[in-house]
Design a protein around this ligand. Structure first.
Ligand SMILES: [Mn+2]
Length: 399
């Protein structure tokens, strides 16, 4: 077999950031990415999930992405994708399906052979990592070589997720030449039991969260892999870094300080930072801790003033861990859910056992099976819940 070259990217999260500067940058990054794929004359591109930030992203962003994929198609480059936890839809109500119908990419549902001769198979990432149970399926083992396994799940050995939300390397389907992984927003390179690469490229662009943006400003990798397969040998790969967002991070602790002090500190640090940044740069402001006096709202007003004063910059705010002085501690820790349910059950006008509420929550959480219409699914859910309630509370509640 002749040498095959492909690109492995993941977690593009198209539409993940709404600010104008970041949207422009997203398009620039994708253009650079697509041009590089074309220049390198790769045979195909593999996207390991979370291509879009949601199943139905903003249409403007989706059109931009679709045009980029079309450029690849016109250059004779095939694109293969699995779903990630962000763009998956149990009913296939995802714009990925539209791109597939349009012929610019192929969703990997079963093993598929690329015209280069390489085989691909994979597992979609689901919400809450529910796909972890699929990895033991014997039919997922590689039947051909060379072959690529594409998945959107954390491996336990990456040390970034709890056991129940990840798959141990020993449980990955055996026999593949290359494991194209996604989901972890960090570049990680591991090896399978047989020595094949298991690579996480991290986000191609930024990811979607304020934490992703913070990691970016702290220097975390964003980019993709170019992989070369030749005969039965181990694949060679090279990481291509894609950076270029101008901006920086302003971090302020609110712990034990007044809202006025915090606002003053944010203003001073922001002015210091933007003194060295061209207009159009992105400034991430992170404020965390419990205020001694004043409120979060006061801090927000200060931020709004700052935004208006420096309108030529784009601000992203992360104040999720900023709290008011008198705010009640949110319950945390072991068996939090059980404790909350027990408390709730005690407040019900009729006697209900906590286990019953859990059963009900579980039933309501059942996913819509493939091939079932939304209406049928809702009807099935309603009837299951009604059955449960009738059994527990008697018919009177439905009269
Ligand atoms: Mn992701």
């Amino acid at each position: 077999m002749k040498e095959v070259k492909f690109v492995h990217a993941s977690d593009i999260h198209v539409g993940g950031f709404a600010g104008r500067a970041l949207r422009v940058k997203e398009e620039e990054t994708l253009t650079t990415f697509v041009n590089r794929c074309i220049d390198e004359k790769v045979d195909f591109v593999v996207l390991a999930g979370d291509t879009f930030d949601s199943n139905i992203p903003p249409i403007r962003e989706a059109i931009m992405f679709s045009k980029q994929m079309r450029k690849l198609k016109e250059a004779g480059i095939r694109v293969y994708a699995v779903y990630g936890s962000h763009d998956y839809s149990p009913t296939r109500d995802s714009l990925i399906e539209l791109l597939e119908a349009d012929g610019v990419l192929t969703v990997i549902n079963n093993e598929v052979q690329d015209p280069s001769g390489v085989w691909l198979n994979g597992v979609h990432g689901l919400v809450g990592a529910k796909e972890v149970y699929r990895f033991g399926e014997p039919e997922l083992a590689a039947k051909h070589k060379p072959s690529i396994f594409v998945f959107h799940t954390a491996v336990y050995e990456a040390n970034m997720t709890p056991k129940e939300l990840s798959v141990p390397i020993t449980n990955l389907p055996p026999g593949y030449t290359y494991y194209a992984a996604g989901h972890l927003h960090k570049r990680i390179e591991l090896r399978s039991m047989e020595g094949s690469p298991i690579n996480y490229p991290g986000p191609l662009f930024l990811g979607w969260s304020k934490a992703d943006l913070e990691n970016y400003f702290r220097g975390s990798d964003t980019g993709f892999y170019i992989v070369e397969l030749e005969g039965d040998g181990n694949p060679r790969f090279e990481y291509v870094s894609l950076r270029g967002i101008r901006g920086g991070l302003v971090e302020v602790s609110a712990e034990g300080r007044s809202a006025a002090e915090v606002s003053g500190d944010v203003e001073r640090k922001t002015s210091e930072l933007i003194g060295s940044l061209p207009s159009g740069s992105v400034v991430l402001i992170k404020i965390s801790g419990r205020l001694s006096t004043g409120t979060r709202a006061e801090v927000s007003i200060g931020l709004e003033k700052l935004r208006r004063k420096h309108a030529e910059y784009e601000f992203e705010i992360n104040d999720r861990q900023l709290s008011d002085p008198e705010e009640v501690e949110v319950e945390r820790g072991e068996q939090f859910e059980e404790r909350a349910i027990t408390k709730l059950a005690a407040e019900f006008p009729v006697k209900v056992e906590p286990s019953f509420i859990q059963q009900l929550i579980h039933t309501l959480g059942e996913e819509q099976p493939e091939g079932m219409t939304k209406a049928d699914y809702e009807e099935a859910l309603r009837s299951k819940c009604a059955q449960l309630l009738r059994h527990k509370l008697g018919n009177r509640v439905f009269e």
